[in-house]
Design a protein around this ligand. Structure first.
Ligand code: HEC
Length: 160
């Protein structure tokens, strides 16, 4: 009978449609996004950091080198990074040198600062992550630039 034929055809279409929908959904379903973990620490691209000669004014020297991204540095405008310790080495330098965990070569705070910049792995300030401070500053900062930075940082006291 025409009526029943129509009925059967309608069902067939309906079922085929459902199956088709199911297949389309499973194949077109967007792949799950890879978990996007926001970087916890700022990454500095060494190619973006210019060479410093030490001729620069002290604030320019710190800012161009990217230190304020991670460090608070009293007296340097905008230097309020929180990834690394506040750079008040007049206070913290002697403390680090006296730490029994200290295995570096520095005898003075100034040497400690320079060592910390060109070889951050030697002593990791307690409470802060290792492998975060860039390892390439030795290639970006001239001896003069390092001396100038250290000369500034060693005068800074906690509370300044
Ligand atoms: C990407 C983040 C980052 C940048 C950029 C960075 N530092 Fe650091 N720095 C750290 C962290 C984290 C520590 C603590 C762990 C350690 O001792 O390595 C640290 C430690 C130090 C220390 C030792 C501090 C202490 O109290 O013992 C000094 C000094 C220092 N940094 C100077 C600098 C200078 C100068 C610059 C720029 C030329 C700079 N840092 C750039 C993250 C950074």
């Amino acid at each position: 009978m025409a009526g029943r034929d129509l009925d059967e055809r309608a069902w067939t279409f309906l079922i085929a449609g459902i199956i088709l929908l199911g297949v389309t959904y499973t194949t077109l379903k967007p792949a799950p996004e890879p978990p996007s973990v926001p970087p916890i620490v700022p990454q500095l691209d060494p190619t973006m950091i210019p060479l410093a000669t030490g001729e620069e004014p002290i604030d320019v020297l710190f800012i161009k080198s990217g230190c304020p991204v991670c460090h608070a540095i009293p007296g340097i405008r905008g230097a309020d990074g929180r990834v690394g310790p506040k750079l008040v080495l007049g206070t913290t330098g002697p403390r680090q040198l006296a730490d029994p965990r200290y295995r570096g070569q520095a005898k003075t705070v100034r040497e400690y600062i320079i060592e910390s910049v060109i070889n951050p792995g030697i002593y990791v300030a307690s409470g802060y992550p290792d492998q975060v401070m860039p390892r390439w500053y030795g290639q970006k900062l001239s001896a003069g630039a390092l001396e100038k930075m250290a000369g500034y940082l060693e005068t800074l006291q906690e509370g300044s």
